[in-house]
Design a protein around this ligand. Structure first.
Ligand SMILES: C[S@@+](CC[C@H](N)C(=O)[O-])C[C@H]1O[C@@H](n2cnc3c(N)ncnc32)[C@H](O)[C@@H]1O
Length: 394
């Protein structure tokens, strides 16, 4: 029976995988070496593996096969073929509430065990809702670029792709939606999570501040200091319209992706360089900046519904390591601010050591005024959770 062979393959893959690379890349490599699997086989095997990871730190001793089936049941919100063949007695209970499903298990557990670091959470995070969210794959979110809103919606409708609007320029699509051939990604819309888009609210706060009004005739100098492939830079470009942009990242290779995205997004004038901001702010041979964005390296715990293998393999000692790195990065970034200039600090973490504690550190160590901080929770929206804070140099 093919479903049992899918289950066996999933177990073998989980034995070979050690968490050091994204599971998506690992399984892609496996399938490219094993061409016998058709698209439905690949989909089922991947689904079974992710069901295993979605249980996070719960039921660590359970044999892989049983853990996969438990995960599959808890993650299934309607009857499906896989469950029908692999564990038929659970298939007509998929619409039960989570609590009812948990009590049906051979090894019942408390949902809180899935993510056992409640005391480490930022204030305001609902632990139970966060734990439950790991059982659901988040949506794919698009940020519609200024002036392209109607065109993108029309194109999606014509292609029969369903979406819901979660904010004026934000669409949520089913995760597997194929949009590359329907819209021009980065030119017309950017793939960006709902909560990540909300960092734009903090950019708006800066844009409308008295400092910005004071310097209204001058193009702001902005440095995106942990730019990756430029998601926050494109957001800043759309909000501030006219900017002198500098971008940097410790990874030289990611800046190649940024270059391609910027070309598609219509950003042609910018300065890019690679460097480790935990060591120094570099000699970037430029005067100081009006705005520095530090979207720092972090645990990524606010995005683990997308990458549940990271939850499964997470070592909580990492939280402190990240927090120390974040403090070093912000200490160096702050030296590049003009008097009156703004620091925008962001993480995609749910841990207070990476959020509130770094905010406290900045307040204690630097002459910066905290204007606003915000926790953008996404667990009730099939989205990520982000944290952001805006400071102004006195
Ligand atoms: C959360 S990602 C940034 C995401 C990006 N701003 C976006 O919106 O798409 C953090 C980035 O920080 C970079 N990074 C990590 N350590 C760094 C360091 N010591 N100095 C500078 N950048 C660093 C990583 O390579 C990563 O690309």
């Amino acid at each position: 029976m093919k479903y049992f062979s899918h289950l066996n393959t999933a177990v073998q893959l989980l034995q070979q995988y050690n968490g050091t690379q994204p599971f998506g890349s690992f399984i892609k490599q496996f399938f490219s070496q094993h061409k016998k699997y058709g698209s439905k086989d690949r989909k089922n095997i991947a689904h079974l593996c992710y069901a295993f990871f979605r249980l996070g730190k719960a039921l660590p001793q359970l044999p892989a096969e049983e853990r996969i089936l438990t995960g599959l049941f808890l993650c299934s919100h309607e009857p499906n073929e896989l469950l029908q063949y692999l564990q038929p007695e659970w298939n007509d209970k998929t619409r039960f509430s989570l609590q009812e499903k948990l009590s049906e298990l051979n090894h019942p557990f408390n949902i809180h065990e899935l993510f056992p670091w409640k005391n480490e959470l930022s204030n305001g995070i609902d632990h139970e809702a966060l734990c439950s969210s790991f059982l659901t794959q988040p949506d794919l979110f698009l940020r519609l670029r200024p002036g392209k809103e109607t065109m993108v919606k029309n194109k999606l409708q014509q292609a029969g792709i369903t979406f819901r609007e979660t904010a004026p320029s934000c669409l949520a699509l089913p995760n597997a939606s194929k949009i590359d051939t329907i819209i021009e990604v980065d030119k017309e819309a950017v793939i960006q999570d709902h909560s990540s888009q909300r960092i734009g609210e903090l950019m708006e706060l800066i844009r409308t501040s008295s400092y910005a009004r004071h310097t209204a005739n001058k193009t702001p100098d902005i440095w995106d200091a942990c730019a990756a492939s430029g998601g926050k830079s494109i957001l800043a470009f759309d909000i501030f319209k006219n900017i002198n942009l500098t971008v940097s990242d410790v990874r030289k290779t990611i800046l190649i992706n940024l270059e391609k995205r910027f070309a598609a997004a219509g950003i042609s004038h910018y300065h890019a360089f690679a460097g480790d901001l935990s060591i120094s702010a570099f000699n970037i041979q430029q005067s100081l900046f009006d705005i520095v964005i530090t979207d720092v390296p972090c645990s990524g715990s606010g995005t683990w519904s997308r990458t549940p293998e990271q939850l499964y393999y997470f070592d909580p000692q990492q939280i402190n390591r990240y927090s120390m790195l974040q403090k070093k990065i912000t200490d160096n970034a702050i030296t590049m601010l003009k008097p009156g200039g703004f620091l925008l600090y962001c993480t995609c973490s749910v841990f207070k050591q990476e959020n509130e504690e770094v905010v406290e550190h900045i307040q204690q160590q630097h002459s910066l005024q905290l204007h606003r901080w915000a926790l953008m929770t996404g667990y009730n929206l099939k989205a990520d959770t982000l944290f952001g804070a805006v400071f102004q140099k006195l």
